[in-house]
Design a protein around this ligand. Structure first.
Ligand SMILES: [Zn+2]
Length: 492
């Protein structure tokens, strides 16, 4: 009998992101994730000296609420901080200031390819310090630079069903955090950490939950989830049990492995933080934060599609690369008024406009990206001004330079930042629009290559290609290849 039972994975995410603020969460120490000197950004408060008192960082609170608003959450009017008690060497106070039953944000959602992933809550807490284990040493070192850095925690409902969805959610969230300016959310640097809760079941009842930690890239999130779905499904098919535990990801073997079995459910003995007053946010405070939310990735996707008529792939590249898309829009704004005046159109036909936008997008996405190799586009380091880039695209659009010449001009512009008309004029690269000039060169090529002419007449097509190549060489690529072919055939 065929086993038709379907095993359904259920996945929820817990994501931490370090907030980008000037100072730490409860003291005035610098919040600098790039500080390399250990125990440099520390003070009596974040090292938990007796008698010190925390003061909450308003900037961090606003940033969490801003994130909640951007993710369609309900924002609490009343909230508080709580103590989460546990012992660990990187936690000097012996407790973490976090939020228990009154988080700032609840009941939000984020759409991934049209599917709503519900967000249970977003709250604010402080990060812990970090431990270093020197090679071969019998001790560990504690670095408290990170202790007290404001940390956002977001928890989703178990609405995710695949590794791909988990990755897409995390990627979209990272982008939103960056658009909002609340976090750099760099996963490799540990500024964003994704934990996965995953179970597989064949009925309505949820299966045993396994937690996967220490996933340091989006790719790994997807791989680990898919691996775990497979592993748990296999166990269940074989009639075995899934153990409730925490698993890690082995990068080389590409497998998850058991780190520790779940001890008794933690009792953190939460209680309201007595050193910090309860908070109340009025409508005005929340509205003001709402007013600072910029255009978000999803809105930008929509706008780039409708306003510029770009295809999905191009749009996505621009949405991911904020700097590149801002540059694109600066270039496009240079065309304002130009189409009417240059091309003499009273009303700009939409198609012409979109063709121009596509040209800009293509040169930025393929050619410039190619010239940058693996480097991210940064306008500050980019030598071509938007004016010059627009000028360059206009020349292609008007047929003044061929696409082959365009590549040479662009390379020159990329290296020197020079004006494209100047490059073209100095090197005499304008497209030969004059047919008589092309004809003259073709006639010359024909006279010089009697053998090729004979071959062509004997039916050898590559003889034609050879002569066309000679013409292109003579004109240094400034003639349009199609035109050369046409005239060549005519004269032969
Ligand atoms: Zn401090």
């Amino acid at each position: 009998m065929i086993n038709k039972i379907m095993y359904k994975p259920t996945i929820g995410l817990e994501i931490h992101a370090e907030l980008k603020t000037n100072s730490k969460m409860f003291c005035s120490c610098k919040n600098d994730p790039n500080e390399k000197r250990p125990n440099f950004n520390i003070c009596p408060i974040c090292t938990a000296q007796p008698g010190t008192l925390p003061v909450a960082n308003e900037e961090a609170i606003k940033k969490v609420i801003k994130t909640g608003l951007a993710l369609n959450c309900e924002i609490a009017k009343d909230s508080k901080f709580d103590r989460k008690n546990y012992f660990y060497p990187d936690l000097p106070k012996g407790y973490q200031i976090s939020q228990y039953d009154m988080p700032f944000c609840q009941k939000g959602f984020l759409e991934i390819e049209g599917k709503k992933i519900r967000i249970t809550r977003i709250h604010l807490e402080e990060d812990t310090g970090s431990l270093m284990h020197p090679d071969g040493a019998e001790y560990s070192l504690v670095n408290l630079n990170r202790a007290g850095i404001p940390l956002l925690e977001l928890v989703t409902e178990p609405d995710i069903n695949s590794g791909r969805e988990a990755r897409l959610f995390a990627e979209e969230l990272q982008m939103i955090l960056r658009y909002l300016g609340v976090s750099s959310a760099d996963m490799e640097k540990g500024q964003m950490r994704v934990e996965v809760n995953i179970s597989v079941s064949k009925g309505k009842k949820l299966g045993t939950k396994v937690e996967i930690k220490n996933l340091n890239s989006f790719k790994v999130v997807e791989k680990a989830v898919d691996f775990e779905i497979e592993r748990q499904t296999e166990l269940l098919k074989n009639g075995e049990k899934v153990v409730q535990e925490t698993r890690g990801w082995h990068d080389k073997k590409e497998i998850t492995f058991s780190q520790r079995e779940k001890e008794e459910a933690h009792d953190y003995r939460y209680f309201p933080e007595p050193d910090l007053p309860a908070m109340h946010f009025d409508e005005k405070f929340i509205e003001e934060i709402k007013g600072t939310i910029p255009e978000l990735p999803e809105q930008k996707r929509e706008r780039f599609k409708t306003e510029y008529g770009l295809d999905e792939n191009s749009v996505e590249i621009f949405v991911v690369n904020k700097d590149l898309s801002e540059y694109f829009e600066k270039v496009v704004s240079e065309f304002e008024g130009w189409l009417e005046s240059e091309l003499g159109n009273e009303v700009i036909p939409d198609e012409k406009e979109k063709k121009l936008f596509k040209l800009v997008a293509n040169y930025l996405i393929s050619d410039i990206k190619g010239l940058l190799r693996d480097k991210e586009f940064s306008e500050a380091e980019f030598k071509i001004t938007p004016e010059n880039f627009a000028e360059f695209v206009k020349m292609i659009y008007k047929g003044e330079i061929s696409s082959k010449i365009a590549k040479m001009v662009l390379l020159d512009m990329f290296n020197t930042g020079a004006d494209p008309s100047q490059i073209v004029d100095e090197n005499n690269l304008r497209q030969m629009i004059d047919d008589s000039e092309i004809e003259r060169i073709i006639k010359e090529v024909i006279t010089k290559n009697p053998k090729a002419v004979q071959d062509y007449k004997a039916g050898k097509q590559n003889a034609l290609q050879f002569m066309a190549g000679q013409v292109m060489k003579e004109t240094r690529g400034t003639a349009k290849p199609e035109k050369v072919q046409k005239i060549l055939k005519k004269l032969l």
